[in-house]
Design a protein around this ligand. Structure first.
Ligand code: NAD
Length: 489
């Protein structure tokens, strides 16, 4: 046991405030996706490791739930300051293990910090409600309590922001937490744990068990874990939701996406092109709020496509730590291969490949790069329209009216986000009323809500009831007690 996250490049689990070597003999390589260089080895932990974490979290819960709420908030204030102090270091770590460029990583740290700031408002957020006179001499009140040991399972694409959607609110409300980070980006999580210790969080309140499917299943089946937050791909989210709820748990499972951006003929073309390029190719398209499909309305199609191709031709591809690099690698060589297969399928199904990123040069050797790729004249029968590619591949669809565009977007199985570029108040209102998606953007490309609002996907982009963040997050991590009392005076 040690207070140090990793002595060699083999990562340890964080259990009960200690760095504990996994009992496994299976480790997975964690390469830097921009260079292929080995960064670390992550343990594929065992049920024995998970059991230790649950025991530690359970023990810590008995005292943590009684720590005064303002005191829990003070630890989060300290943590927020530590994250600010380590901003640059955290951003670099994100770029190294995930591949997104430094400025995107810097922005991700900011989104994580905002979650901590929101959670530090817990004394107000966790308040109940009372009615003094529900009948003569009888009062009634609602009080909020934590649930116990909460599990969190996270994806590779936001190694800081997504865990921060979960644990700050979960621990602020008095729960203890076990994080199973993505096995593809496990390094940042360990750093978050070290800083939590530095902020004064008691041992066992936050734990990390690294690993893959088996730990997910262990969390979903464990009788001592009443609630699970999940973020990841659609099939896994559906599985997590069904298995977790079948085991009597409260589950929120945020899933994949295929976000549509509608461009009206009156849109400001410069603003539109800049925002679409960022939303489609930023973070190598590996964002659940990425723009995957542009729906061009009316006669602006040709101009829009030409402008997008022109801008895409100017993007610098390489290691995200290098100055001026816009487009980093995708996460793994297997994901690159999968992306190339999607590009093949788009060509076979008859879409017009107007920008081919398959052979683009990168300034970094050994990484998993795909250049910006654009298909025009995409239709709903094509795989590249139906499925989430999660890479820098943009599809363009052409329609005649706003109604047609909205109907097009609404046919997608996914419904995380949707955007509209226009100057028309009438179009904006029509879009807001008729579009079937949970997070809407007008004249901007990535409408991800801030921490005090819910992250509110629909359809196959979300399984559950209460979303992550905002008041939904407080509801998710607490349960209520109703007290009705008769007074004899
Ligand atoms: P993923 O589903 O492969 O992995 C997510 C987590 O589930 C990881 O911790 C992984 O270890 C675990 N996992 C993977 N396969 C599993 C299985 N068969 N059984 C049990 N556990 C399993 O997702 P990813 O590739 O890491 O992340 C990208 C996906 O996440 C994309 O689909 C993206 O849209 C989605 N995402 C959604 C949101 C949102 O808010 N809706 C946010 C971020 C990412």
């Amino acid at each position: 046991m040690s207070r140090v996250a990793a002595k060699s490049n083999k990562l340890s689990n964080f259990i009960g405030g200690q760095w504990i070597e996994s009992s496994t003999d299976q480790y997975l390589d964690v390469p830097n996706p921009a260079t292929g260089e080995l960064l670390a080895e992550v343990p594929i932990s065992t049920s024995e490791d998970l059991e230790k974490a649950v025991e530690a979290a359970k023990q810590a819960f008995s005292s943590w739930k009684k720590v005064a709420v303002p005191q829990r908030a003070r630890i989060l204030f300290k943590y927020q300051q530590l994250l600010i102090d380590h901003w640059d270091e955290l951003a670099k770590l994100i770029t190294i293990e995930n591949g997104k460029n430094y400025s995107e990583a810097y922005g991700e740290v900011q989104r994580g910090i905002e979650c901590v700031e929101f959670a530090a408002g817990v004394p107000t957020l966790m308040m109940g409600s009372q009615l003094p006179d529900i009948a003569t001499n009888i009062e009634s009140g609602m009080y909020r309590y934590p649930l116990g040991v909460v599990g969190g399972i996270t994806p590779f694409n936001f190694p800081m922001m997504v865990p921060c959607w979960m644990f700050p609110l979960a621990i602020a409300t008095g729960n203890t937490f076990i994080l199973k980070p993505s096995e593809r980006t496990p390094l940042l999580a360990n750093r978050l744990a070290e800083l939590l210790t530095e902020a004064g969080l008691p041992d066992g309140v936050f734990n990390i068990v690294h690993g893959a499917h088996d730990i997910v299943n262990g969390i979903l089946e464990h009788p001592e874990i009443p609630a699970v937050s999940f973020v990841g791909s659609q099939p896994v989210a559906e599985y997590v939701y069904k298995t977790g709820t079948a085991n009597g748990k409260r589950v929120q499972a945020l899933a994949g996406a295929k976000n549509h951006t509608i461009v009206m003929p009156d849109a400001d073309m410069d603003l539109t092109v800049t925002n679409i390029i960022n939303a489609a190719f930023g973070s190598a398209g590996e964002r659940c709020m990425a723009c995957a499909v542009v729906v061009a309305v009316g006669d602006i199609g040709d101009e829009l496509v030409n402008r997008l191709v022109e801008e895409a031709n100017n993007l610098t591809i390489g290691n995200g730590l290098e100055e001026g690099v816009f487009l980093g690698p995708v996460i793994r060589d297997a994901h690159r291969d999968r992306t190339l297969q999607y590009i093949e399928s788009g060509i076979e199904e008859g879409a017009a490949l107007v920008r081919d990123g398959r052979n683009d040069q990168s300034s970094s050797e050994g990484g998993y790069f795909v250049g910006p790729t654009i298909f025009d004249h995409v239709t709903q029968e094509m795989k590249i329209w139906k499925e989430e590619i999660f890479a820098p591949v943009l599809s363009i669809v052409r329609v005649n009216t706003l109604d047609e565009a909205i109907q097009y977007a609404n046919k997608s199985e996914f419904a995380n986000g949707a955007c509209l570029f226009t100057d028309s108040a009438k179009a904006i209102r029509h879009f807001r009323e008729e579009i079937d998606a949970g997070m809407l953007g007008v004249n901007l490309g990535v409408p991800a809500p801030m921490a005090f609002f819910p992250f509110s996907g629909y359809k196959k982009s979300f399984y559950g009831d209460l979303h992550a963040n905002g008041r939904d997050g407080i509801e998710f991590y607490t349960r209520k007690k109703m007290l009705t009392a008769r007074h004899s005076y």
